[in-house]
Design a protein around this ligand. Structure first.
Ligand SMILES: C[S@@+](CC[C@H](N)C(=O)[O-])C[C@H]1O[C@@H](n2cnc3c(N)ncnc32)[C@H](O)[C@@H]1O
Length: 335
């Protein structure tokens, strides 16, 4: 490692004026209030207006940086742009910033580094080289990007969570996460989203993800209903409901997952032909499952005491077996 021969004399930043809250996104997409924040953990974001181009924002930030550095644009020997996305093909964003700083005819060199996420580091490196070789004393390095330009606001895509278009599976109430991590490791080509409001379960899952080294798991640390409300229709290729809370008392049966309140949203987000697996050790739960799931738009494919070939016994199943209860498995297919 070589020391970098430069001193940062000033820094500046600029955020777009317009603030878009998660509540506004809920309203725009017809989601329940609070859904967007529950899903992404973000309360608000800044969105650039038409006049807030990359170069306009960079110039504002540059003015703040120069004020801190107690210098003027005329003191700059070089301007390096390190944006991920250029404002236009030609002239470069650095030249647009040069012009906005009133240096249009100054001859101050201005050029972009096209190194995507590495751009800022590379630009700092080049600034240091120019300073070390005596070609410049003061260099302005900026990075300014408008992510919202590339967004389709009407379509929050589950696949976007994984950054590509792989099949997405869903596990409801993953408990300690052993089954979900097993699936993620067995099928690295899919992405799996797990929902679990029990925070200790989420903590256990994180340890298992690290131990297994899987990178295709995404977690919603909350109720599956909130997630299903915001998933696009027909976006889930397979779903698992392993040992859902049994709610044994008859007056509590309406709280079970296998009720229209949960099954209708589940059916909406599942692709036609997608598989839905249910495992339970409670005979009355299986009775209700076999009654209610077909009413929500699924066909029964198989049901019995034999687990699936790729099944991994869960913590709750192990407890049930120790206590003498018999597991039951059912497979449905979305019509
Ligand atoms: C009996 S445990 C089974 C856990 C795990 N699937 C297993 O087999 O070991 C049921 C789990 O479902 C979770 N759960 C209950 N209702 C849920 C819901 N609406 N959305 C997501 N998870 C839920 C509970 O927090 C609990 O951890």
């Amino acid at each position: 490692m070589f020391p970098i021969p430069l001193t940062i004399r000033g820094t500046g930043s600029y955020q777009p004026r317009r603030v878009l809250t998660s509540e506004e996104i809920d309203a725009r997409l017809g989601w329940r209030p609070g859904s967007c924040h529950a899903l992404y953990g973000i309360r608000s974001r800044h969105v650039a207006d038409e006049d807030e181009t990359s170069s306009a924002m960079a110039a504002e930030a540059a003015r703040e940086a120069m004020e801190m550095a107690e210098c003027t644009p005329r003191d700059l020997d070089l301007i390096i742009g390190a944006c991920g996305v250029m404002e236009q093909p030609i002239p470069s964003t650095a030249v647009l910033v040069q012009d906005r700083l009133g240096l249009g005819r100054s001859g101050t060199p201005a050029w972009d580094v096209n190194a995507t996420c590495l751009g800022f580091m590379k630009a700092m490196d080049l600034a240091a080289l120019h300073i070390a070789t005596g070609r410049a004393k003061r260099v302005l390095v900026f990075s300014s990007d408008i992510a919202s330009v590339g967004l389709d606001w009407r379509r929050p895509d589950a696949a976007a969570i994984f950054g590509d278009a792989r099949p997405v599976w869903l596990e409801v109430g993953f408990g300690g996460g052993e089954h979900m991590v097993h699936m993620a490791a067995s099928y690295p080509e899919i992405g799996i989203i797990g929902c679990e409001p029990f925070i200790n379960g989420v903590a256990m899952l994180l340890g298992k993800i690290r131990a297994a080294g899987v990178g295709n798991v995404s977690v919603h640390p909350g109720d599956a209903r909130d997630l299903m409300d915001v998933l696009p229709p027909a976006s889930i290729a397979k779903a698992f409901l392993n040992y859902p809370d049994p709610w044994p008392k008859a007056r509590h049966h309406r709280r079970r997952f296998v009720t229209p309140e949960h099954l209708i949203p589940l059916a909406r987000v599942m692709q036609p032909g997608a598989e839905f697996r249910v495992a339970t050790d409670i005979p009355d739960y299986m009775r209700q499952t076999l009654e209610e799931v077909p009413l929500a738009g699924f066909d029964l494919v198989a049901e019995g005491p034999e687990p699936w070939q790729d099944w991994l016994s869960t913590r709750y199943e192990q407890k049930a077996l120790r206590e003498g209860r018999v597991p039951h498995y059912a497979t449905f297919r979305r019509r």
